[in-house]
Design a protein around this ligand. Structure first.
Ligand code: NAD
Length: 477
């Protein structure tokens, strides 16, 4: 077995019971195998991170920034190999794989920039109302952090955690998804290439057992998790057991609200991107379309045409707009929702089935006038399945949009910018786009309200998530 895991600066073969098979979802065929790490290896990784912590947190933040700049450069240099791997293992169209690389590069550069400012921000005096006292603020690393990530944007979700954690002075144990375990190996190779001290970054591949061994480990100071709500609850429970902080980036069932004054063709472009990017396997997929009565039929017609003209196929053999679903489990799950839709008697305007030729492809799908009681209206499907529902007033649109146990993102489309701003302010979510595709900037925050999670990534908030605030107060006597 290949040495696929990175512990204390060494590449080691997994010693766990699980065998991980890595698939090309366009073909439904395996192309690599590796053994998962064992609980003992997770232990070694946490111990290595603990040992590396004192030196790493005492390196100046500007020195840490230099390593992060090195990560950004190295990702850029490995661009072609990473694009190919994401096409082969995730099934991402080439242009989407490119966006992920650019995002990861931007993330490491951004947190390098924040780290470069961090030394000057240390030990700032706090103005106090009482004479005879002084106090200074220190921003210290939280310590050893466990990072558990999913498979849908492997390079990006890992960058969003790794870059701020390393910038803050934390040491980390990263657990990539078993579906896409090769992509994050690149971060280990880069750690070698930039001479990151051993133990600062450890990567332990594996399935649920490895994730549980990490999230239950008593040696962590914090856990940051991105993934499903089911596993997120378990991770939160183990954090409660150890009484330690946790960041959770979970699922969504986001709304895209379309008012009748919009440019219909432009709206179609944003709606399709919001549900078909990454074949709909996005926590932020805007899978609930709320459309104003008077344009509902015209919009469905245009959406049907747009969805049916998307080029769905293997990204490695031609230019495509949408690839396959990334795993057989996800393909089965989306297929189950198609069956539920049939059983519920939903009105299918387009798609509504899997493609059975080869690989794990499904049709981009639109259900119209979906009842609010439908499971497809309220549950996260994680595929290119759009459900629409009509509204007549702004107030009704808002009530419907906010009627979800999730609260990750939303999109508002309207020519009336005052109305769009008003609606954006009232939406119970972490990020709203107005008349836009889902442009994500590393400078702005990412995270949700309600069942979509706890905490924020990106921006300065992403760095704060890995910092502990300390004050040193003197009585001058
Ligand atoms: P998942 O919860 O099944 O797995 C996520 C990670 O947790 C994987 O690395 C997995 O191996 C690990 N894991 C599984 N069982 C575990 C356990 N018992 N203890 C600890 N770790 C365990 O999620 P997924 O299928 O990989 O990803 C899809 C989900 O992720 C969707 O719900 C999606 O909305 C969510 N997601 C959220 C965001 C966000 O920013 N909010 C971003 C991407 C994905």
């Amino acid at each position: 077995m290949t040495a696929a895991h990175y512990i204390n600066g060494q590449w080691v073969a997994g010693e766990g019971a699980d065998l991980i098979t890595v698939f090309d979802p366009s073909l439904g065929q395996p192309f690599a195998e590796l053994k998962a790490t064992s609980a003992a290896q997770v232990d070694q990784a946490v111990a290595a991170a603990r040992q590396a912590l004192p030196a790493w947190k005492n390196v100046s933040a500007s020195q840490r920034a230099a390593y992060l700049r090195g990560f950004a450069e190295q990702i850029d240099q490995r661009r072609e190999e990473l694009i190919t791997l994401q096409m082969q293992n995730n099934g991402k169209p080439r242009h989407e794989a490119v966006v992920d690389i650019d995002d990861a590069v931007a993330t490491f550069n951004y947190y390098a920039g924040l780290a470069e400012q961090l030394d000057a921000r240390q030990n700032r005096d706090v103005p106090l109302p009482v004479a005879g006292f002084t106090s200074r603020t220190r921003l210290e690393p939280v310590g050893v952090v466990g990072l558990i990530v999913p498979w849908n944007f492997p390079l990006v979700t890992s960058a969003w955690k790794l870059a701020p954690a390393l910038a803050a002075g934390c040491t980390v144990v990263l657990k990539p998804s078993e579906v896409t375990p090769l992509i994050e190996q690149t971060y280990g190779q880069i750690a070698d290439a930039v001479g990151l001290p051993a133990g600062v970054l450890n990567i332990v591949g594996g399935k649920a057992e490895t994730g549980a061994a990490l999230s239950n480990h008593p040696g962590l100071d914090k856990l940051s998790f991105t993934g499903s709500n089911g596993v997120g609850s378990q991770v939160m429970r183990s954090s409660a057991t150890h009484c330690r902080p946790v960041t959770l980036e979970l699922g969504g069932k986001s709304a895209i609200v379309v008012f009748d004054d919009c440019d219909l063709d432009q709206a179609v472009e944003w709606i399709v991107a919001g549900i078909c990017w990454n074949a709909g396997q996005m926590c932020s997929a805007t899978s609930r379309l709320l459309v104003q009565d008077s344009i509902a039929d015209a919009l469905s017609e245009r959406l049907k045409t747009a969805l049916e003209t998307l080029r769905v196929g293997n990204p490695l053999t031609g230019e495509v707009d949408m690839g396959p679903l990334t795993s057989l489990a996800q393909w089965n799950k989306v297929n189950e929702y198609f069956a539920i839709a049939r059983a519920e008697g939903l009105r299918c305007a387009s798609g509504g089935d899997v493609l059975r030729d080869s690989g794990w492809f499904v049709c981009p799908t639109l259900y119209t006038d979906v009842p609010l009681t439908s499971r497809l209206w309220s549950e996260e499907i994680f595929g290119p399945v759009l459900c629409s529902h009509r509204f007549s007033s702004e107030e009704q649109a808002l009530t419907l949009a906010n009627d979800s146990r999730f609260g990750l993102v939303a999109t508002v489309i309207s020519a009336d910018l005052q109305r769009a701003e008003r609606v954006a302010n009232a939406l119970e979510v972490g990020h709203v786009w107005i008349n836009s595709i889902q442009a994500v900037f590393v400078e702005t925050s990412w995270g949700g309200t309600k069942g979509s999670g706890i905490g924020r990534e990106l921006g300065p908030w992403g760095l704060s998530a890995y910092q502990s605030v300390k004050h040193v107060t003197h009585c001058l006597g």
